[in-house]
Design a protein around this ligand. Structure first.
Ligand SMILES: O=C(O)CCC(=O)C(=O)O
Ligand SMILES: [Fe+2]
Length: 302
């Protein structure tokens, strides 16, 4: 007889919707702080057919940082995109042969479309309606990109500025485990944003308070967008080889809260970036004046 622990029994599935209006998205999910999976908004993207050959043919010689080992440590090795893709190809083919190859590293949190603007056309038409208008002129500059192997893992954390996150799953599958921000004390935080508790294989002897966390789960695949509300803790598993990207973004309300995290122990730098967002979203300073100061955030996130 298998035991189901309390936490496992209580796992909720994040709801999913087919298409959504701007009004409903903001009123039912963003302002209520509820996660949701949105389907069908990427149907016309060329990116849904991205494959190894396409990127290899388009190699430009730029080196990008690939994270080795645990992504929370952030040890990086510079590599060309085509070199990294070859490592992924080799890794996946070894796995399919039943071997246990060494992990190939993770292309994690890279401002991809800023580095390679030629790929922007593959993610159009872009659903700008899901973002405040302030982001519309320079939306692609705010994207952080992920490409990884089967079994990739980002440990439990929240996004450092307490932004909202729209996560675009382009190719392959991922599982997200979500925990609301107000339960971070039950997750045994280490520093500002990483948690010691592992909701995927909970150790309640070591982390007894974590028995009470309220866990939701979202399984997403190519063509799905996951909305993660401001400050939500998330752990992310690559269930297959995968390509995804996110945009961390604020509403006027979350930018104000972001600045106030100064009093909750956030790093000083966060207050600077959140203050820039506040200038943009609350005081309407256009993104073209703000982005040059905000840009360094994209290399700082994790
Ligand atoms: O996909 C991943 O591995 C991590 C994603 C993540 O943490 C994020 O989008 O903030
Ligand atoms: Fe994250």
């Amino acid at each position: 007889m298998g035991f189901i622990t309390n936490a496992k029994k209580n796992i909720r599935q994040v709801p999913s919707v087919e298409n959504i209006s701007r009004y409903d998205f903001f009123h039912k999910y963003v302002h209520k702080g509820r996660p949701v999976v949105i389907k069908n908004l990427m149907n016309d993207w060329k990116a849904l057919d991205w494959n190894s050959d396409y990127f290899k043919k388009n190699e430009e010689g730029i080196k990008i940082p690939i994270k080795m080992g645990d992504v929370s440590e952030g040890r990086k090795v510079p590599m060309q995109l085509s070199e990294y893709i070859q490592l992924l190809d080799n890794y996946e083919s070894d796995l399919s042969l039943g071997k246990s190859p060494e992990k190939p590293g993770y292309l994690h949190d890279v401002p991809f479309f800023y580095l390679y603007p030629k790929y922007i056309k593959d993610i159009e038409p872009f659903p700008l309606d899901l973002f405040p208008e302030w982001y519309w002129p320079d939306w692609h500059n705010y994207i952080q990109f992920f490409m990884g192997a089967t079994g990739s893992l980002t440990p439990l954390h929240f996004d450092t500025l307490c932004t909202h996150n729209l996560f675009f799953q382009v190719v392959g599958k991922k599982k997200f485990i979500l925990i609301p921000h107000d339960q971070k004390e039950l997750c045994y935080m280490e520093g500002w944003r990483w948690a010691k508790f592992n909701p995927d294989s909970p150790d309640y002897d070591q982390f007894p308070l974590s028995r009470n966390v309220q866990i939701s789960e979202a399984n997403i695949e190519g063509g799905d967008i996951l909305f993660i509300p401001s400050g939500t803790l998330h752990q992310v598993h690559g269930l297959s080889r995968s390509i995804s990207f996110n945009i961390d973004w604020h509403t006027p309300q979350s930018a104000r809260k972001g600045v106030m995290t100064l009093f909750e122990g956030a790093p000083k730098k966060n207050i600077y970036y959140n203050f820039l967002c506040l200038l943009g979203l609350n005081f309407k300073v256009p993104s073209k004046y703000i982005f040059k100061y905000y840009k360094s955030y994209l290399n700082y996130v994790s």
